[in-house]
Design a protein around this ligand. Structure first.
Ligand SMILES: [Fe+2]
Length: 257
């Protein structure tokens, strides 16, 4: 049980902390401005006690968090949100909010994590350009569809850090094109992120990276290769005249995740 896990809290910059994800949860990030406190991502439903313990190491309780921002709807990032929703406002992109309100098991990937999602209403729908002022720290929303349709990254210009969710991780690892995602949007999202000046990439999983530009370029190249693979696949299907049966079988397999 997560509550027994020792809190792993790292201060990354002034007013910025990482809560290392417990079990299979994504990492969460805490931003403490002069006036408001924001938490980004809430882990799995069963790890909220661990997040409480992380907050407690900073002398905080969930009621001190003003805003929870979700990078996307997958249950390892958003599963703890109903717990926080009782105590603070919750923000997500509209395309993630829809899926969370319906506890859409397929989109939330509940089977893959063997946890149940509770439906809940997001309070604030954020979009490209939404800025949340915390007092000396600003969370700027960058809509980055690709991993899934409602993915957002959060850029903090005062610290030049990017909370990337599953969009891009250290070493150029991409979170994969899952369910509501698609490769072309993903490539476009990474190209837009390449225009930001990023000193530290704060991913949903794995280590923090100080080399965001190289990570983004490596991720973009991986996705371009995936797109090329799909061109090859569709060309082969045309040549053999087998139609789309195999593609549809693959989609059904995905549905079993
Ligand atoms: Fe994800």
């Amino acid at each position: 049980m997560s509550s027994a896990e020792t809190p792993r809290v790292h201060e990354l910059a002034g007013g910025v902390w990482q809560f290392v994800g417990a079990q299979r949860s994504a990492h969460s990030y805490l931003f403490k401005g002069r006036r408001r406190i924001a938490l980004v991502d809430s882990g799995l439903p069963t790890t909220t006690a661990y997040l409480e313990a992380c907050l407690a190491t900073l002398g905080l309780a969930p009621r001190h968090v003003d805003l929870l921002v979700l990078t996307h709807e997958h249950i390892d990032h958003a599963g703890g949100a109903p717990f926080f929703a009782a105590q603070c406002l919750v923000a997500a992109h509209a395309q993630a909010a829809n899926k969370l309100a319906l506890a859409d098991d397929f989109s939330l990937m509940t089977k893959a994590f063997a946890e149940a999602a509770r439906p809940f209403q997001v309070d604030l729908c954020c979009a490209e350009g939404t800025a949340v002022e915390l007092g000396g720290l600003t969370l700027e929303v960058v809509h980055t569809p690709g991993h899934c349709s409602g993915s957002v990254c959060l850029y903090v210009p005062q610290r030049r850090v990017l909370v990337a969710g599953d969009t891009i991780m250290a070493g150029g690892v991409v979170g994969g094109v899952l369910l509501s995602g698609n490769t072309s949007d993903y490539i476009g999202s990474l190209e837009r992120l390449q225009r930001l000046r990023i000193d530290a990439l704060l991913p949903g999983h794995g280590r923090v990276s100080q080399d965001a530009q190289a990570d983004l370029e490596a991720g973009r190249a991986r996705l371009a290769a995936m797109l090329e693979d799909s061109h090859t696949l569709f060309a082969a299907l045309r040549e053999t005249d087998r139609g789309f049966g195999e593609v549809m079988r693959s989609l059904r397999d995905l549905n079993q995740l």
